[in-house]
Design a protein around this ligand. Structure first.
Ligand code: OSB
Ligand code: MG
Length: 374
């Protein structure tokens, strides 16, 4: 395909309420959007890096630098990019920086779906026409506040409640929640808040019948998670640790987890996300689609990904309105009263980008041109 223009933007969008995890609080999003123009069509990609390098080593600022100085020029200079799947090879000189890579690669997949006149879901190999949805609930100021939030989300139909946790915001919280809702699908996500000396504490999570405990230990670990998994009835789910297909295979082989969270940005884009999905499916390991407080654009890509066959558990893919007063896509993402999102069955991502609103929210913008690579 002929690449006619690449534009990188940073948007500032406030969250409707702060989101607190074991590594910090997010109040306002700084979102990077990549726009790739080709032969009259525009593909969009979102970078899921956080404002600070606390979830992974990437941040809005590192991704900006890598896209402007490396990935953008590589794409602008490429002569033979036809598919989103060509991007990993094009970008292979750049190590790490998977969220930056995903933003650019996903824009090409987005473009390709439009060009081929198929839905992004079908282009990726998706087979489901609706996906089950859960919510991720941040650490709250009190347990009673948390109970109100859970009540609201269950009333909205969400099928699974995931509680962010850390030492001190765990046992008592689970106890109170289970007392009130004994039968709901409940899980927790520690974002690496525990260490080996907490093993006994984590073992006591078993009595709450959690669907999984997500990333209890170090962000880059398989070995100690495997030691811990042996001592638990509850399934461990890995998020941060899984960077690619090899990691997924290693984690499954070592029994470091029984469930895998797939995030587009964390694994570097649709190509690797599909590879992780397929590797897990072949080994009977269920996966689900994680979220990174994405705007509607990233959300629409998560929805398409989650339509693949082995996404059998409810994902952290939820309604736009939970995070944003006014989303940058049209229609915004909504969830049915059964806690499902319907997969759009029209060409492309199935949600239009509100370009006027994107322009209004843009705080910096750069047009990327090809330059000779060394
Ligand atoms: O670990 O899943 C996580 C948000 C930011 C960083 C890490 C995580 C999360 C979430 C939010 O849990 C999921 C969502 O976008 O709804
Ligand atoms: Mg997580």
């Amino acid at each position: 395909m002929r690449i006619d223009g690449i534009i990188l933007r940073e948007l500032h969008i406030p969250l409707v309420r702060p989101f607190e995890t074991s590594f910090g609080v997010t109040r306002d999003r700084r979102i990077l959007l990549v726009e790739v123009r080709s032969e009259g069509l525009t593909g969009w990609g979102e970078c899921t890096a956080g404002e600070r390098p606390y979830f992974s080593g990437e941040s809005t600022d590192t991704a900006w630098q890598v896209i402007v100085n490396e990935l953008g020029p590589m794409l602008a200079a490429a002569e033979d990019v036809e598919h989103g799947g060509d991007c990993p090879n094009l970008f292979k000189r750049v190590r790490e920086n998977r969220m930056a890579k995903a933003a650019v690669e996903n824009a090409i997949w987005d473009l390709e779906a439009q060009r081929e006149g198929v839905s992004l879901s079908r282009l990726l190999g998706g087979v489901q026409d609706r996906i089950p949805c859960g919510v991720s609930i941040g650490i709250q100021s009190s347990i009673s506040e948390l109970m109100n939030v859970i009540e609201r989300e269950l009333a909205a139909g969400y099928q699974r409640i995931k509680l962010k946790c850390k030492p001190g915001w765990d046992l008592e919280v689970f106890e109170r929640v289970r007392d009130r809702w004994p039968g709901i699908m409940l899980s927790c996500d520690a974002n690496s808040a525990y260490r080996l000396h907490d093993a006994e504490r984590i073992r006591s999570f078993d009595r709450f019948d959690l669907l999984m405990v997500e990333q209890p230990l170090w962000h880059d670990d398989f070995f100690y998670h495997s030691m811990l998994q042996r001592q638990l009835k509850t399934a461990i789910c890995l998020d941060e640790s899984i960077r690619n297909r090899r990691d997924a295979l290693a984690a499954i082989e070592m029994e470091s987890c029984r469930i895998i969270n797939i995030k587009l940005g964390r694994v570097g884009g649709f190509s690797e996300a599909i590879a992780v999905h397929n590797a897990a499916m072949e080994r009977g390991t269920p996966v689900w689609c994680g979220g990174m407080l994405e705007s509607g654009l990233g959300r629409s890509h998560n929805i398409a990904l989650a339509s693949l066959e082995n996404f059998t558990l409810p994902g952290d893919v939820s309604a736009s309105a939970r995070y944003f007063a006014d989303d940058i896509i049209e229609p915004e993402v909504t969830v049915t009263s059964k806690g499902e999102i319907e997969i759009p069955d029209i060409p492309g991502r199935g949600y239009e980008v509100r370009t006027d609103l994107v322009e209004q929210l843009t705080v910096r913008k750069e047009t990327i041109r090809a330059f000779a690579m060394a």
